[in-house]
Design a protein around this ligand. Structure first.
Ligand code: ATP
Length: 291
């Protein structure tokens, strides 16, 4: 069964900037898919479309469905998007955690769609909700820091709390956007192993954007590579060869091996078209949630 269905998605941010030219993609329940591609190829934009945080071009014939429910169609959010969103756990660095709240509270916030608004506003959670949150933290190996403030945790630990929050939310799909960017190898391994574990044991579908092809190879069966806003490769990851990678990242095949370390691959990648500025624009616009 297809759990994420993307058809004909186009996205212009401005007349000149076309982040997604035409994307069709279908992801089945229980898959763990790596979304790869050079900087600026449209990975984050696509992830945000799936959550309905970014809207496709109006008047395009686009549609995105998650679990059979429409998220957006022809550049308009579906009116039931809140319900559909409650099935999607976002592990996005930009809006992961509320830093002044405890780790436990951050995880309990994951269950908000099931909790009456007055209780969440007052911070009243039942013993059962606390128990569930602690269990989720145990799954990601962080029960021992439950009472710390989120701001006291390392970047890698914060990403794992975000995964625990998705578990508390009982998400059917986890979208993880660069969850291991700027993390050391051990923290990266822990995050990827946690996602894999949840995917295998709980059957949660995981889509993860990665710059590191070697991590994608190790933890994901399928890879979808974007290039200039289009799907360049979509297949089992073992079909991804050096030639594909060289055309994708713009290096000569002999310079770029699928066994290269992640850092080597990153060093060989072309610079993002808009460099850091892109990221800064993204950060600012994330607050507005909808473009
Ligand atoms: N909010 C925005 N406003 C204007 N342009 C944007 C915005 N967000 C993304 N873009 C542009 O859309 C294109 C795709 O960006 P996106 O962030 O989706 O790429 P990416 O593959 O995720 O890159 P990276 O790997 O560097 O995160 C880029 O050209 C980027 O500059």
């Amino acid at each position: 069964m297809s759990i994420i269905e993307i058809t004909g998605v186009k996205k212009h941010f401005t007349k000149e900037v076309c982040a997604l030219k035409h994307v069709d993609l279908s992801i089945k329940q229980g898959e763990m898919v790596a979304l790869i591609g050079p900087s600026g190829s449209g990975k984050s934009t696509l992830m945000r479309h799936i959550s309905g945080l970014t809207l496709a071009d109006k008047h395009s014939d686009s549609c995105i469905k998650v679990l059979g429910n429409t998220i957006q169609q022809r550049g308009k959010l579906d009116k039931h998007v809140r319900t559909s969103r409650s099935q999607i756990g976002n592990v996005f660095q930009q809006f992961n955690l509320v830093s002044r709240l405890s780790v436990l509270t951050n995880v309990m916030i994951g269950g908000l769609s099931r909790i009456p608004t007055y209780r969440s506003l007052l911070g009243w959670f039942t013993a059962e909700e606390k128990h569930m949150a602690l269990e989720a933290l145990e799954r990601v190996g962080l029960k021992n820091v439950a009472l710390k403030r989120a701001s006291e945790l390392s970047g890698g630990q914060q990403q794992r709390v975000a995964i625990a929050r998705a578990l508390m939310q009982k998400a059917k799909v986890i979208l993880a956007d660069e969850p291991i960017a700027s993390l050391d190898p051990e923290s990266s391994r822990l995050i990827m192993q946690t996602l894999k574990d949840i995917n295998e044991k709980d059957g949660i579908t995981v889509v993860v954007t990665l710059h590191q092809v070697d991590y994608a190879q190790k933890y994901c069966e399928r890879a979808v590579a974007l290039q200039d806003g289009e799907v360049f490769f979509d297949n089992l990851i073992h079909h991804l060869n050096e030639e594909n990678l060289a055309s994708l990242y713009g290096s000569q095949p002999e310079e770029l091996s699928i066994n290269d370390s992640s850092q080597t691959i990153l060093n060989k990648m072309p610079l993002p078209k808009n460099g850091r500025i892109t990221t800064e624009i993204n950060h600012a616009t994330h607050h507005s949630l909808i473009n």
